[in-house]
Design a protein around this ligand. Structure first.
Ligand code: AMP
Length: 313
């Protein structure tokens, strides 16, 4: 962390990347870090780049960065375990690259890495970074809103096992910066009628096999319910916590691949996700199928993981 701070101090231009299809934690860590650097070193040029997320756009707006701005710049990539998932491949053009992540490492990249899977969110890592060096760093209310958003979204509102005393202490520190929890919740809990209808679809069109419950989100369904891909993907949570089904997933059809959002309340699933071109956490991972033809193989593999877990638990 000290070496990261030294690098931040050294560079005039810092460009912060996250992962493709950014979520609340990715945005939270990116914009929280940007705020932290800008507030502490106002003369530096700090940018957030990558894809946008309408779900959490209240946290900040992505910057437009020209290719030449990478010359002599520091690239910091947050919340991303695999290089292929980094949004905006120009990160590689930075003079040096720093990786800050809380996922189970799949690939080492960067000149400097701070990877710690004990953190339930990458935003908590940034909040901790601020806390550690708070004598020399500053954070505004906007930065605190970003970090708090990352913490609450990646912990399922403080419900997942990785949540610790430190999580609450750091969340408390952010509240002291003026974060309004109702303001954040009003953004995160907003629900449209089309989303209610889509959830109804998931609740009536799921399939089960062994201990696995899943739903298929085809292009036709996404179009019929008139929702964004991001909204469609969020319905994975509808299938969680159902008795007898420790693993659940949503398969979302994109033009060139089928993305899997995989979740578990028991077996470790990130190794299965690795096998299908993905990764993530022990209980929340993402992966992909090349086509629906691979679905049967995936189901067979998932049930093997569940059966092995049943035998030892
Ligand atoms: P998601 O289903 O997109 O919320 O992803 C769950 C977790 O797995 C997140 O921490 C993601 O960063 C990670 N993840 C999702 N997709 C991939 C992928 N293709 N490769 C590696 N990690 C992934």
């Amino acid at each position: 962390m000290k070496r990261i701070l030294d690098k931040i101090k050294k560079y005039e231009t810092i460009i912060i990347h996250g992962h493709k299809r950014p979520d609340g934690d990715c945005y939270g860590a990116q914009f929280g870090l940007k705020d932290l650097i800008k507030q502490s070193f106002p003369n530096k040029h700090v940018y957030v780049v990558g894809q946008t997320s309408s779900y959490v756009d209240y946290v900040g707006q992505v910057d437009i960065v020209e290719d030449h701005q990478y010359q002599g710049a520091l690239s910091i990539v947050v919340d991303t375990a695999i290089q292929d998932r980094i949004s905006d491949s120009r990160y590689i053009n930075g003079k040096e690259i720093i990786k800050i992540d809380h996922h189970i490492p799949v690939e080492d990249y960067g000149d400097l890495m701070w990877v710690d899977t004990n953190f339930p969110s990458c935003a908590q890592m940034i909040a901790y970074f601020y806390y550690k060096f708070k004598d020399e760093l500053k954070l505004s209310k906007a930065g605190a809103i970003a970090l708090y958003t990352g913490i609450v979204t990646d912990t399922g509102r403080f419900r997942y096992r990785g949540v610790s005393k430190l999580t609450h202490q750091l969340a408390g520190m952010l509240l002291e910066k003026g974060v309004d929890v109702e303001y954040i919740d009003s953004h995160l809990s907003k629900e449209s009628l089309s989303m209610i209808a889509l959830k109804g679809y998931v609740y009536t069109n799921y399939a089960t096999t062994g201990g696995f419950i899943y739903a298929k989100m085809t292009r036709a369904v996404i179009e019929k319910y008139n929702v964004t891909d991001e909204q469609a993907a969020s319905t994975v949570n509808a299938l969680g916590g159902i008795e007898g089904y420790p693993v659940w997933a949503l398969f979302i059809e994109y033009p060139n691949e089928i993305r899997i959002r995989l979740r578990s309340s028991g077996p470790t699933i990130n190794e299965l996700a690795n096998k299908y071109g993905g990764g993530g956490h022990a209980k929340a991972s993402g992966a992909r199928l090349e086509s629906w033809d691979q679905l049967d193989d995936f189901i067979r593999d998932v049930n093997e993981v569940i059966n092995q877990w049943n035998q030892i638990s």
